[in-house]
Ligand binder design. Sequence first.
Ligand SMILES: NC(=O)c1ccc[n+]([C@@H]2O[C@H](COP(=O)([O-])OP(=O)(O)OC[C@H]3O[C@@H](n4cnc5c(N)ncnc54)[C@H](O)[C@@H]3O)[C@@H](O)[C@H]2O)c1
Length: 291
Amino acid sequence: MSIETVGVIGAGQMGNGIAHVLALAGYEVRLNDISQDSLDAAITRITKNMDRQVSRELISAQDRDDAMKRISTTLALPDLGPTDLVIEAATENEAIKKQIFDTLLPHLSPDTILTSNTSSISITRLASGTDRPERFMGFHFMNPVPLMKLVELIRGIATDEPTYQACFSVVEKLGKTAASAEDYPAFIVNRILIPMINEACYALYEGVGSVASIDASMKLGANHPMGPLELGDFIGLDTCLAIMNVLHDGLADTKYRPCPLLVKYVEAGWVGRKAGRGFYDYRGEVPVPTR
Ligand SMILES: NC(=O)c1ccc[n+]([C@@H]2O[C@H](COP(=O)([O-])OP(=O)(O)OC[C@H]3O[C@@H](n4cnc5c(N)ncnc54)[C@H](O)[C@@H]3O)[C@@H](O)[C@H]2O)c1
C-alpha cells in the first residue's frame, strides 16, 4: 500500500499540525473542516509555524513554499474520498466522529486506510461502525505535532498487518517514532501521564504542597521539563478530566477517580492556558499560581 495523498478531517490545533508535517514530508494533503474560519486559521497557523522553521534554518524557504502548495482545503468531506489515507482529527466526541465516517464512507475508495487521532475513544468501536474494520486504526499524534517525535499506532481488534505497516511507513517518513499500543482506554502516553497529573491535583487538594512546590518538586526532583500542574494547564484541564473519566469508566478501577479539585477547576471554566486561567493565572505578564 503506497500512500501519496492524505485527507485530514478537522483543522483545529491537531489537524493543522498534522497537515503541516505531512505536507513537509511530501504528501499531498486535503484538509477538511465544517468551518471556513477554522480552515483559514489553520492555513495562517501553518504558514506562521513554517516561517518560524525557515527563520531557525530547520527548513528552506523553498521547502516551505513547496509544502504549502501541497495543502488544499475543502468544506466538502466527499472531496477526501479518493485519498490513500484519511486521518480524522475532529472534535473529541464519538457522535461527531461516527457521523463523519457515515458521511465519508459512500465516497471513499475501497482501498483507503481510515484512521482516527482520538486520544481516548475505542478504536475497535469506531472501526466496527465502518465498512473496513481491517483497514481502520488509531493514528495518535502528540501536541504540538511539528515538535513532538512520537506517534502512537493503535490496532483495533480487526486491524490487518498491511494497514499497520502502511501507517508505520508514514510515521517513518515524517521522521517520527511509532509506539505500538493496544486498544485500551487512553492507550500508553495518556494512560500514564494523565493519572500523574490527577495525582498532582490530589497532592494540591490534600494540602501536601502548593502549586509552586508541586511543580518545582517534579521539575527539580524528577527532571521533568514542565511541572504536572503546568502541564495540565497546557493540555487543558477539561481534556485531562475527560481522559480520567474514560479511564475510570473503561477500566472500572477506583485508582482512576478524577480528583474533586480538578472537577472544580473545570466547573469554574478555569481549564488552563486556553481559558487564561487554570492552576496558574495567565492574564498578566507572568503566570501566577492560583493556589
Ligand atoms: N489537543 C491535544 O493535545 C490532542 C492530542 C492528541 C490527540 N488529540 C485529539 O485530536 C482530535 C482533535 O483535537 P484538537 O485539540 O485539534 O481539537 P480542536 O477543538 O482544536 O479542533 C477540532 C476541529 O474539528 C472541527 N470539526 C468539528 N466537527 C467537524 C466535522 N463534523 N467535520 C469536520 N471538522 C469538524 C472543528 O471545527 C475544529 O476545527 C481529538 O480527537 C483529540 O482527542 C488532541
